[in-house]
Design a protein around this ligand. Structure first.
Ligand code: IMP
Ligand code: MG
Length: 173
């Protein structure tokens, strides 16, 4: 397994997170924002982002997985669902990466059944080339090419999530 050079450095990540937090703070001024992080992948981005948001908010999480090492299985499992009452609240779903779109599309529909006042999606990375399900992403950090990446919460086989930067990743024989 080879982890390459940083593809997005700590500085580049930090300034993008601040930029997204500014936009979110402006857009949600006066609203009842519930920031919902999708674990495990979004844990680092989520904690950086909410620390930079300047308006009151509540936080919650969904723990979901789409089993397999580096391929999306298409079957989404929810291990923990939002505990907060989100009816009539302004929900922002926060994820690490949108790839095929299957996971977020499933979670989005699940949240919509709880009747939030509004629902938007924020993803740090967007791999548009692999999209199978059209899904509106309201806040995107970076659109990236079709390469597998690790770090800043993103894993391969549950490893490398702790890297503070994002790196491309290649498997060796
Ligand atoms: P989906 O294909 O949009 O459903 O993506 C589901 C999940 O696959 C993401 O939330 C990530 O956890 C994982 N994933 C997709 N691409 C990558 C990658 O390049 N590195 C690490 N995880 C990824
Ligand atoms: Mg994820």
């Amino acid at each position: 397994m080879i982890v390459g050079k940083p593809f997005l450095t700590v500085d580049v990540i930090n300034s993008k997170v601040r930029e997204l937090a500014e936009r979110i703070s402006r857009d949600y001024e006066g609203k009842e924002l519930v920031a919902v992080g999708i674990l495990k992948g979004a844990f680092m981005f989520f904690s950086d982002l909410v620390r930079s948001i300047r308006i009151p908010l509540t936080i919650d999480f969904i723990i979901a997985s789409s089993y397999l090492k580096d391929e999306t299985s298409g079957e989404v499992k929810v291990h923990y669902d939002v505990g907060e009452d989100i009816e009539d609240k302004d929900v922002l779903l926060i994820d690490d990466i949108v790839d095929t779109g299957v996971t977020l599309n499933y979670l989005r529909e699940r949240i919509l059944m709880k009747c939030p006042r509004s629902l938007r999606i924020c993803s740090f990375l967007d791999k548009t080339a692999r999209r199978e399900v059209e899904i509106p992403i309201d806040y995107v950090g970076f659109r990236i090419p079709n390469e597998f990446v690790v770090g800043y919460g993103l894993d391969y086989d549950n490893k490398f999530r702790n890297l503070p930067y994002i790196s491309s990743f290649k498997k060796t024989a």
